[in-house]
Design a protein around this ligand. Structure first.
Ligand code: BAL
Ligand code: ZN
Length: 880
């Protein structure tokens, strides 16, 4: 397959000003009639051929300005339809036949259970009809959907419904018109027997918007949370970004079979059921939060993505990074800012840092790709959001808002680039972002090492900060980047006033204990004056830049930061750093054949955090939770290679030590926090449950009584969060009989709820038991499993490969072999999902004693003939 380069971008030679589509949907085929008003772009040569994208289409007829074109006047291959000579303006009509019922790729038009639906981003529209399927070709769409009236009473597309018609033979049709020009990737169609929940929203200028969520009838009781989230998002976007909704209707449809979480099609968002449905009995607190943030994310795309879209797919982060930043700000405003930040940074450090350090490393704005679906990554999304967050930090909130207003005003209705975004930010603020642009073009995670020297006599504290970015594939020479380093200095009694050398005392502001230093060269020194005690530096507050920070903290320093720094993120981060150090100690002890000896400082520190009533219980829960095994492996592979078994054993050992040393504290926490009051998805209640269940985890790890408590919670819970936490504790720490009985009971009671079954599958796929792989294979043979459903594939195969490190990395290589076999099978059905599952194998260089086996599986895959471009690209980059 061919590689596409950003440097080769050319504007389109033809525009499609109007697009009329007619869909005749049948059980074994669909006919799509496309009537396109096409014009040659000014300046394009008359001899320029028209090349339309098209894949898996059977052309039935083609007419140009009403005249049927005969064979020989056009050329069709597997990816395109070419007309060598066309007028400057003309109407092209094609009729194609497609087979949605056989479309297992879930791209284009396909069937999910009983309904028809679409997924067009990035390049799925070309599986629906011949078109210029690129985001800089924007068109006005009028769409008629025609289907059997009894099977498909609901017929939806983008924009407003302008006509409906009853037709012969029990069929009917609906016609939709979207007044906003849009790229093909935002097209959507749904036809099904769906129930609807309705509400309305009055925008800031008084426009009444009908809000509808369409679901299968059985899920009608699970829409309230999404609807509330949608209304909160609409209000928040008006208040925070000045963005008003622009149509009279906003529809959401929930579908079971979906490659992504959700999709922002203009006025017709399509959601994976797992990201929109929520009820206390089926959805955990994390699930409630996910629904809120994804509903917000897709809604926010209406401006950051739809009204202003991407010129080409290399600019994907223009809409995704910005929209993730927007949804994170929304979630922070709805709940706890620090908790949200800790959650996001955990994902970034575990997954994005690993991506940046591996064979798939790419800049936020990639330079090349074979298959764009492979670039819906944590780098484009999460690191992209960090880049926007750094601009926010460098400009300040007010200038950032002016920049965002200017961006939307300047580019409304256009398809633009990341550079246009940065220019708007610069023009509105007067801040020069010249070197800052490197964040868009340079891959890899910058490594920042800091050191400090206190001069008691001079009362100065000198902070030296150095940065380097390691080479990544295809980018060997790296330049320094602009790093906003938020910081403070912690003294015995609290944070110290900050004054940099050369500053006058009267430049001090009301909050003079917090600073953002701009680090933009390979090494810099910052001298603070008037420092009357040796401080502990509090660095990278709020995780102000996506870098690896290294400062030689002593454990006492970390304890000081944990107990009384002003920045909640730094307090949590220090607690993680302390835990990492102690886990590494224990790993070394176990390696040497010694008894593990857990540093009492960690135990004291956790005890102090538990006793600190000034802390949000959600923060306490996160501070007492040990860093995950994948994060520990990422850290280990950064400096050498990860020993998965050693990490697992050491982490277990430290957990046991904390469980046993603090058993009274866990019991009293659990006793104080456990509740059987009716479920509420409110911030304080979510926080309470998170800490209560963290305590339950430690209690179950510590004793059989703890497991009994977990079992009682599983059986007595009135909500999914507590039920799943109980089940998980029994499954991890109970004996075989308890585990198998509880798991069987759960399936028995909840087999009718697909979303509960998925959580049940996932929990089991991640159990670190000796027979985990055969359990996973048995789950795949279970009636509840379906290889065509991405949620189930992710719950079993994905969870095993990424969430069960000791079993995926089995010494005999059976975990790797299993994954390779599944990817090979899935590639023939759904290349996007197959390619995504491969992630853990691509990290073959990171694992001690395993690299050869992992690499061998990749080589085996590489030898398979007919690989999809998706899998081919990941395999070949990993082996390069
Ligand atoms: N645009 C694809 C799904 C999302 O990021 O919203
Ligand atoms: Zn998005």
């Amino acid at each position: 397959p061919a590689t596409i380069y950003l440097k080769d971008y050319e504007p389109p030679a033809y525009r499609i000003e109007q697009t009329q589509l007619h869909f005749a949907l049948h059980e074994d085929y669909a006919l799509v009639t496309a009537t396109l008003s096409i014009a040659r772009t000014a300046g394009a040569p008359e001899t320029q051929a028209l090349v339309l994208h098209g894949q898996a289409l059977k052309l039935e007829s083609i007419q140009l300005d009403g005249n049927t074109l005969g064979e020989g006047t056009y050329v069709i291959d597997e990816a395109s339809l070419t007309l060598e000579a066309v007028p400057g303006e003309f109407e092209l009509r094609t009729v194609v036949r497609i087979e949605p019922q056989n479309n297992t790729s879930l791209e284009g038009l396909y069937k999910s259970r009983t309904m028809f639906c679409t997924q067009c981003e990035a390049e799925g529209f070309r599986k629906i009809t011949y078109f210029l399927d690129r985001p800089d070709v924007m068109s006005i769409y009028t769409v008629t959907v025609e289907a059997d009236a009894a099977r498909y009473p609901v017929l939806l597309s983008n924009g407003n419904c302008v006509a409906t018609e009853a037709l012969a033979s029990g069929r009917h049709s609906a016609t939709w018109h979207d007044p906003f020009p849009k790229p093909a990737y935002l097209f959507a169609l749904v036809a099904g027997d769906l129930s609807v929940v309705e509400d309305s929203f009055t925008t800031c200028s008084g426009r009444e918007v009908d809000l509808k969520i369409f679901v299968e009838p059985k899920d009608l009781d699970k829409c309230d949370h999404a609807m509330d989230s949608l209304k909160r998002s609409m209000r928040w976007d008006e208040e925070t970004f000045g963005r008003e909704y622009d149509l009279d209707i906003f529809n959401i449809v929930a579908v079971d079979d979906f490659n992504m979480g959700a999709m922002e099609n203009k006025s017709l968002n399509i959601f994976n059921t797992s990201c929109v449905l929520a009820s206390p009995d089926t959805t955990t607190d994390a699930g409630y939060q996910r629904v809120e943030s994804i509903v917000a994310h897709e809604y926010f795309h209406n401006w950051s993505g739809n009204r202003v879209t991407c010129r080409d797919w290399f600019q994907l982060s223009l809409k995704e990074g910005f929209t993730v930043f927007r949804d994170a700000e929304f979630s922070s405003d709805m709940g706890s800012r620090t908790v949200k930040r800790v959650e996001d940074v955990t994902v970034l450090r575990t997954s994005q840092f690993a991506e940046d350090a591996g064979p798939m490393a790419h800049p936020v704005r990639p330079d090349s790709f074979i298959e764009i679906s492979n670039f819906y990554t944590v780098t484009v999304y999460e690191k992209g959001a960090e880049v926007v967050r750094m601009i926010h930090t460098l400009l300040g909130a007010e200038s950032f808002r002016r920049g965002s207003d200017l961006y939307f005003q300047r580019h409304d209705g256009q398809a633009v680039t990341c550079e246009d975004f940065v220019l708007a930010m610069e023009d509105a603020s007067g801040v020069d972002l010249g070197l800052f642009r490197r964040w868009y073009s340079q891959a890899g995670t910058p490594e920042v090492s800091a050191s400090g020297v206190y001069d008691e006599e001079a009362q100065t504290y000198t902070l030296t900060v150095a940065q380097r970015t390691p080479p990544t594939p295809g980018q060997t020479d790296k330049q320094p980047v602009v790093i906003p380093l938020a910081m403070g200095l912690l003294g015995d009694a609290g944070n110290l006033p900050l004054r940099l050398e050369g500053e006058l005392p009267d430049t001090e502001t009301s909050d003079n204990t917090h600073r953002v230093l701009t680090v933009d060269s390979a090494e810099q020194r910052f001298v603070f004056t008037g420092v009357n005690e040796a401080p502990v530096p509090s660095l990278l507050r709020g995780f102000s830049a996506p870098v690896r920070l290294d400062y030689p903290y002593t454990r006492k320093d970390l304890q000081a930061l944990i107990s009384h720094d002003a920045d909640g993120f730094v307090r949590w981060d220090a607690s993680q750093q302390l835990a990492v150090q102690v886990i590494m100690d224990v790993q070394a002890q176990l390696d040497a054949g010694s008894e593990p000896d857990v540093d009492p400082l960690l135990i004291d520190s956790v005890a102090a955090v538990i006793a600190d009533t000034s802390l949000d219980p959600a923060m306490v829960a996160m501070m007492v939770t040990l860093p995950g095994e994948n994060y520990l492996a990422e850290l280990a592979s950064h400096t050498g290679q990860a020993d998965v078994d050693g990490i697992h054993a050491a982490r277990d050992s430290v957990r046991e030590a904390l469980a046993s040393a603090l058993s009274e504290q866990w019991q009293s926490l659990f006793g104080r926090l456990h509740s059987v009051e009716p479920y509420q998805a409110s911030g304080p209640e979510i926080a309470r449950r998170s800490l209560c269940n963290a305590a339950l985890g430690y209690l179950s790890a510590d004793s059989v009584d703890g497991v009994e408590l977990a079992l009682a919670q599983y059986h007595g819970a009135n909500n999914m969060t507590d039920r799943l936490a109980g089940l998980q504790a029994v499954a991890y720490f109970g004996n075989d009989v308890q585990r198998d009985a509880a798991l069987a009971d759960c399936f028995d009671k909840w087999h009718h709820e697909a979303l509960v079954v998925n959580q049940w599958l996932q929990l089991q796929a991640m159990l670190p038991l000796e027979d985990a792989l055969s359990r996973v294979q048995a789950l795949m043979a279970h009636d509840a499993f379906d290889l065509r459903n991405p949620n189930k594939v992710r719950a079993v195969i994905g969870a095993f490969a990424s969430g069960n490190p000791v079993n995926f990395h089995r010494r005999d290589g059976a975990g790797y072999r299993f994954l390779r076999e599944q990817v090979a099978v899935l590639d023939g059905m759904n290349p996007q999902i197959a390619s995504r599952l491969l992630g853990p194998l691509t990290k073959w260089r990171n694992y001690q004693g395993r690299g050869d086996m992992m690499r061998a599986e990749l080589e085996e895959l590489a030898a398979v003939s007919g690989l999809s471009p998706d899998v081919f690209e990941v395999v070949s980059r990993s082996l390069a």
